[in-house]
Structure formats: C-alpha cells, structure tokens
Ligand binder design. Structure first.
Ligand code: BDR
Ligand code: CA
Length: 332
C-alpha cells in the first residue's frame, strides 16, 4: 500500500462533519492523527460531544483522540450587535430537531472525554514535531487553525497542505446572502489562513453542490450493514429532511450536498475537484452586507494579486459517490 496520508481534522460536528469523520476513520489510506473541534454548527461542547460519538461509532477511540477547540470566533463576537454580522455560538436552546444539524447525532452518548490539552496547543505541538507531512482538513470555522498560526508561526513551514471546506463564488451562502457558513462564522480567521502562505485548496459550495447524495445512495449505504454505514445513511436522510423543512419540498429532489465529506475525498483523490482555479482570494471583512464573503479574483491579469488558493468550481460526483460506497463497504 502507498504511504498513508497523515491528516488532522478540524470539525464542528454537525451532520456532514460526522459523515466526513466516519469516512476518514474508515479509509485505510488515511492516518487520522487527531480531531480538533470548534464552535460552528453548534456550540463547541456539543460539537465535541458529537465528535466523540462518531469516534466511538467507528470504534476508533483507542487510536483517534479528540481535542476541544475554540468557543468563540476570533474577532466578530467583539462587535456590537453580534448575530447581525458575525455569529455568536449557537446555543443548545436554539437548535431545532427539524434542521440539517441537530443537537445530538443519532448515536449513544460517548463514554470517552476530550483530551485535556486544547485543540490549538495540540495542533501546534503535533505540527512542530512532524516532518512537514501533515495535511490539515478544516471543515468548520477556521478559528483553531488561525489561532494556532498566530500563536506559533513556526507551524506555517510545517503544514504540507490545508484543505478547507468553505466559501463560495457563484454559489452564495445559506446563512447570509453573501457568505458561506464556515467563513461567515469567523471571517477574520479565514483571512489569516489565506495570508499564511501555506498551500491551500478551497472546497467551496460551488464544488459541493456538484456532489450531492440522495435517498438512493442512503439506501445502498444502509445495506452495507456496519454501524458507520448506518450512521452515514441516517445522516444523509436527516440532511434531506432538513433541506425540505428549511428550503422547501423540492430542494432535495436531486439529493443534498454533504460538503465536508468532499474535502476528505480530495485528500486522497485531488481529481475529484474539478474546474479548479489558481487564483487570489480574500474575505470581505467590511462588516457590511458582504461580511464573510469570499472574493476570488478571476481576472488573471496584471492587476491580480498573487494566487494563494486552488479554488474548485466543480466536482466529479461519480468518483465521490464511488469512494464513499467503497470506503464504507470495506472490511475492517
Ligand atoms: C458548511 O457549513 C456547515 O453547516 C457544514 O458542516 C459545512 O461545513 C457548509 O456551508
Ligand atoms: Ca462543518
């Protein structure tokens, strides 16, 4: 077998984060060094609890540890009227049982606790001790990674690649007219990561909406019969229901995106990302209507700033779905 890909996952689990984690723990080509949690889809206590549930569902608690991360975005909660522009942690009381993400994943409460060391400290230590061969897969707000970069700049030279599920160009966000959720939650953190100089691949909404999964896939996955497969199948079902409840009965006819899982697939199969543009990207930090919008420079001319991202505008759905099925269907 080829060398396994070493990754750190940074998550705000969340239904699609859970699917991404289950796949990362099931694919033997991936060496998952640890999982950092962050405020995002839910407050960090819940994203941590949910992450532990997934690890135990995959029976990976001995090898994969969970590190609790930042409770608040870096900057945007400091401004007046939080919630209007930036996000405040989504408290337990605000989570409905009809949405795409729910308070608890449909799994037993975890036995294990998160590690004592914080996610930011662990990430710094792990990267510094590495041989520069770790990919960071960030599928939640970028708070932990940006905080780690600010706390110890030596990690920048140690990161092999960063793959971020976030942003959007032709496809705007669901939570504001302009911004995708992960970037909207902590726009300043995304901008810090953009300016880090680290190799950076963006898996934005433009790509994830090309890799939807629907009832048919959920049914096939359920038939695999393992706890992980059942979880993934149930969560695709939950996401379909959540889309219908939130965006109308027709919104899930062609299936729904499982955003974060596509970022994990891209670690192993970069070709799953299509129509990838090398370009410059910034985040709008202007605190107006476009706060948190990712702005990519598609001009490719003398006025353009140097490229800092590979930004995927499409995805190979067939490759993605086959990988999901193969990975979950593998004998442990
Ligand atoms: C992103 O936002 C979150 O709700 C999902 O988990 C995903 O990471 C998609 O915009
Ligand atoms: Ca997420």
């Amino acid at each position: 077998m080829k060398m396994r890909k070493k990754i750190i996952m940074d998550v705000d689990t969340g239904s699609d984060d859970a699917i991404a984690l289950a796949l990362a723990m099931s694919d033997p080509q991936i060496d998952l060094l640890g999982i950092c949690t962050v405020n995002g889809n839910l407050e960090v206590a819940l994203t941590t609890d949910n992450t532990l549930r997934v690890v135990e569902c995959c029976q990976a608690q001995e090898r994969v540890k969970v590190y609790r991360g930042c409770e608040y975005p870096l900057v945007c909660t400091l401004q007046k009227g939080t919630g209007q522009y930036g996000i405040i942690p989504r408290r337990e009381s605000e989570v409905t049982e009809r949405g795409v993400h729910r308070k608890n994943l449909p799994l037993p409460a975890p036995v294990a606790k998160p590690q004592e060391e914080s996610a930011v400290c662990w990430m710094i230590r792990t990267l510094l001790e590495s041989e520069g061969d770790i990919t960071v897969v960030a599928v939640g707000p970028l708070t932990n990674l940006a905080a780690a970069m600010r706390a110890d700049g030596r990690i920048l030279a140690k990161i092999r690649e960063i793959i971020v599920m976030g942003g959007g160009h032709e496809r705007s966000g669901l939570c504001s007219a302009a911004a995708e959720f992960n970037v909207w939650c902590d726009p300043e953190a995304m901008e810090i990561v953009l300016q880090s100089g680290c190799p950076l691949t963006m898996v934005p909404l433009d790509a994830t909406y090309h890799a939807k999964m629907g009832q048919a896939e959920a049914k096939t996955i359920a038939a695999i019969g393992t706890p992980q497969a059942k979880l993934v199948s149930d969560l695709i079902g939950q996401r379909i229901e959540g889309y219908k409840n939130g965006y109308g009965a027709d919104s899930a006819t062609e299936g729904v995106p499982v955003h974060d899982a596509l970022a994990v697939c891209a670690v192993l199969y970069p070709q799953v990302l299509q129509n990838v543009k090398r370009c410059n990207m910034h985040v709008d930090l202007g605190k107006g209507y476009a706060y948190g919008r990712t702005v990519i420079d598609t001009r490719d001319c003398e006025h353009s700033e140097a490229a800092n991202v590979s930004f995927a505008m499409g995805a190979d759905r067939e490759l993605f779905v086959n990988w999901v099925m193969d990975t979950l269907g593998r004998k442990a």
